[in-house]
Design a protein around this ligand. Structure first.
Ligand SMILES: NC(=O)c1ccc[n+]([C@@H]2O[C@H](COP(=O)([O-])OP(=O)(O)OC[C@H]3O[C@@H](n4cnc5c(N)ncnc54)[C@H](O)[C@@H]3O)[C@@H](O)[C@H]2O)c1
Length: 357
């Protein structure tokens, strides 16, 4: 099959899996009121679009709608859609948004804590700064949004869930929080990706997930966390292009944001009698539930300049696959990526290069 034939087949398969997920959970999710923070763009917007198609009443809340005005208009034209201005670090804005949601839809069933600063938006466009090159202010800003902002949103939107003794909270974290063991003591899953203070904030939200889930179990509320994997969000193209200027491919081909839809629909349908207090890696969850491995969801509809970067890297990267895993272990991925970059004659790769300092 030609390259474009491979891409068309991959996109068709992705559309088929999205339809399957909608069919599987529409009955559970239709009519539920779902608040998605950071819903104007990136992963949040994709979730809002999917949830609307599943029949949910969707509130997309964001700090800014800049360059997302069309999506705002689209939401406002839908009976089931609401777009609100809500900075999750601002108590007054949060209170006003909660009141607007209750006035419009009467309750809140699901809160997706998706809004965050990532390394690539705090240190735009390349991100990835060594810990000792960050400032205290960088940490304060990132903890302010990712941790305290998430907590502030939970405090508001959990009230109606408690009142109805049912609800679901989904926190979006990152696989960089994981400790792993290969038989002895634990080590970090992938500290070579150089992502502080971001991963410290996500580790805090992971711990919050486990403890809160236990605390609100008797209120009927499920609290879970998901780790998306490398996904083409709103900042991705600018970051990939900035690295390309330095002769570096920004890691491997990203997944489309829709790969988070099946698990998000599943979690939106939970309460504390179902799945709660869990941390899920999205590619593994998809694989285990028949929604394909990571490669199934990789983006083959990139703009031409980015397609050129990733197809060149893929042609230069040794093939290594393993049965039973949705996504190669990160160290294997890192080694393959480094081999691919070396085959392209690059002197450095995106992680641990000092390029962002
Ligand atoms: N894209 C990935 O590869 C990836 C990987 C792991 C985890 N994540 C997580 O996914 C989530 C979504 O990130 P994304 O990659 O789509 O990034 P993104 O920048 O495209 O989206 C983040 C959204 O959050 C909003 N936001 C930022 N600060 C806010 C605030 N104070 N109040 C309200 N909204 C605010 C932004 O305006 C934006 O719309 C984040 O929690 C991120 O940590 C992403």
């Amino acid at each position: 099959m030609s390259e474009s034939g491979v891409g068309a087949a991959a996109s068709a398969r992705q559309r088929q899996l999205v339809e399957r997920a909608l069919g599987e959970w529409r009955g559970d999710v239709a009519g539920r009121v779902v608040v998605v923070t950071g819903g104007a763009r990136g992963i949040g917007r994709s979730l809002c679009e999917g949830l609307l198609r599943a029949g949910a009443k969707v509130v997309a809340a964001d700090l800014t709608w800049h360059e997302a005005e069309d999506f705002r208009k689209h939401l406002e034209s839908e009976d089931n859609g609401l777009a609100v201005d809500m900075d999750i670090t601002d108590d007054t804005a949060l209170d006003a948004a909660r009141d607007a949601v209750l006035e419009r839809f009467g309750t809140v069933d699901v809160l997706v804590n998706n809004a965050a600063l990532v390394s690539e938006t705090l240190f735009a466009p390349t991100g990835h700064r060594n810990t000792l090159d960050t400032t205290d202010r960088d940490w304060e800003v990132m903890f302010g949004v990712n941790v305290f902002g998430t907590l502030k949103a939970i405090r508001r939107f959990i009230e109606p869930m408690r009142a109805q003794h049912r609800g679901s909270i989904v926190n979006v974290v990152s696989s960089g929080v994981l400790p792993v063991s290969s038989g002895g003591g634990y080590h970090g899953l992938r500290p070579w990706t150089v992502e502080m203070p971001y991963q410290a904030t996500k580790a805090a939200v992971m711990a919050l997930t486990f403890y809160l889930a236990e605390e609100v179990r008797s209120d009927g509320i499920a609290v879970n966390a998901i780790m998306p994997g490398h996904t083409r969000a709103s900042w991705f193209d600018a970051t990939a292009r900035a690295f390309n200027e330095m002769g570096i491919a920004y890691f491997m081909r990203p997944a489309i944001p829709e790969h988070l839809l099946p698990i998000s629909l599943f979690l939106a349908a939970q309460d504390s009698a179902g799945a709660s207090g869990r941390l899920y890696y999205v590619p593994d969850w998809n694989y285990d539930h028949g929604y394909g491995d990571y490669a199934t969801w990789q983006d083959h509809e990139l703009p031409a300049d980015m397609e050129e970067i990733y197809s060149r890297l893929e042609a230069a990267t040794p093939v290594y696959e393993r049965a039973g895993v949705a996504h190669l272990p990160f160290d294997a991925q890192g080694a393959l990526y480094t081999a691919g970059m070396a085959n392209l004659g690059a002197q450095k790769s995106w992680a641990s290069t000092g390029v962002a300092q």
